[in-house]
Ligand binder design. Sequence first.
Ligand SMILES: [Zn+2]
Length: 75
Amino acid sequence: MPRKKRSGFGDVVTDRATFERGEARCPQCRRPIGPEGGPSFVRSLGGQESSLATMRCGRCQAMLTLRFEEPRVES
Ligand SMILES: [Zn+2]
């Protein structure tokens, strides 16, 4: 599958720290979203920490898919 840049509807790519601080935003209405929005984490196999969650925006009710990417810190 070609890897196009997805500015996909409802797709939020962030990292965990940004999300925890409530600095991620709904792509539709720009409302800040954070843990208080009640994200449901999609369980991953092998008991690893999930990097995928879904939640609904409290303002515009868009269903959002959150992808948590690790900040790139090479040591
Ligand atoms: Zn929204």
